[in-house]
Design a protein around this ligand. Structure first.
Ligand SMILES: [Zn+2]
Length: 327
């Protein structure tokens, strides 16, 4: 598998900051790149690793041609180790972290070269793995850089966070994201809607496009509209939703609640379901529902086995009642 060795266009400020540290030989032993999913933190980390390992960097980037870059592209660099949940698993296990100890004592392939460990996503380390990593952080190996990528850094042990140099990466400027999407998606696509449905996160927007997500969202909106206008019942809608990938349905639901709150507090947001049934709702009463939906989504993403039909019935019956009481 060949991989891109360059960061995304919206990441140049972060790149320059880290590169300046590298130039001054002030890179710390561990760097934590945090921020929402879908903005390219992982690719940034891989690109920076490739740059540090490159034998002849050009314009402060990996050259893409040397032996080291070829190894990086093939994910075979002897001085690079990625810690990720194994295929089909949701967690990074303690054994994977323990393997770092032997990696850390190996000599780097290149004289005075660095060795790099990329942990992604760092919050997928279970408690034992996190504690084992803490030991590594307390006794950092010479010339080894740990790059932690996290979509939910608040779930990391505070003692891990405090031992890393932290970079909070933000959702990029919409104009930059949209220009990038335009170039990346060559088909005609509703970029504005893709961006809106993805909370401005360009890689999420791309994934949504590639999976036909906008069409799916439309289908869910229609089902919700039918429920809100009394044409169908929550239980029937829940049954339909249970046939779909639950994270897709919950992502949609989270996005709908976010849009609704935005609109109810007076900001601009397009609500794709009957607004007249929703405009009387109290945004303060929606926040706890949003929290619950986000927690369920996070549980599913961690591999928890939830009963889909019960989950959606719970959400939709509550919502039906909530709208009815506030109509
Ligand atoms: Zn190179």
């Amino acid at each position: 598998m060949s991989e891109a060795l360059l960061a995304y266009p919206w990441q140049s400020d972060y790149w320059q900051t880290l590169n300046a540290l590298q130039d001054q030989d002030r890179l710390p032993h561990a760097i934590l790149l945090s921020g929402p999913e879908g903005i390219g933190k992982y690719r940034f980390a891989k690109a920076f690793a490739a740059y540090l390992l490159c034998e002849q960097p050009q314009a402060a980037m990996a050259c893409g041609k040397c032996q080291s870059c070829l190894w990086c592209k093939d994910r075979q660099h002897p001085d690079f180790k990625a810690l990720e949940p194994p295929e089909g698993k949701r967690q990074i296990a303690v054994d994977q972290v323990r393997e770092l100890q032997s990696f850390a004592v190996q000599r780097a392939h290149r004289e005075d070269g660095k060795k790099i460990v990329l942990i992604h996503p760092a919050e997928s380390m279970n408690t034992n793995a996190a504690n084992a990593l803490l030991k590594t952080l307390e006794e950092p190996a010479e010339q080894t850089l740990l790059l932690l990528v996290s979509h939910a850094s608040s779930r990391l042990l505070p003692t891990i966070r405090s031992r890393c140099l932290q970079y909070a990466m933000k959702v990029p400027d919409p104009a930059v994201s949209e220009a990038w999407l335009q170039k990346t998606i060559t088909d005609s696509a509703d970029l504005h809607r893709l961006m809106q449905e993805s909370s401005g996160r360009p890689l999420t927007a791309l994934a949504l496009f590639e999976s036909g997500g906008l069409e799916r969202f439309k289908e869910y909106d229609q089902a919700l509209a039918a429920m809100l206008t009394g044409k169908t019942h929550a239980v029937a809608v829940a049954e339909t939703f249970a046939e779909h990938e639950p994270t897709a349905v919950l992502s949609w639901w989270v996005r709908r609640l976010q849009l609704l709150i935005t609109r109810l507090v007076g900001a601009d947001a397009e609500i794709p379901v009957p607004w007249d049934r929703l405009k009387g709702l109290d945004p303060a009463a929606i926040f706890p529902r949003l929290d619950t939906a986000q927690q369920s989504l996070a549980q599913l993403q961690r591999g928890a086995a939830l009963n889909k039909r019960l989950l959606f019935e719970g959400i939709l019956l509550d919502w039906q009642q909530f709208c009815h009481n506030n109509a």
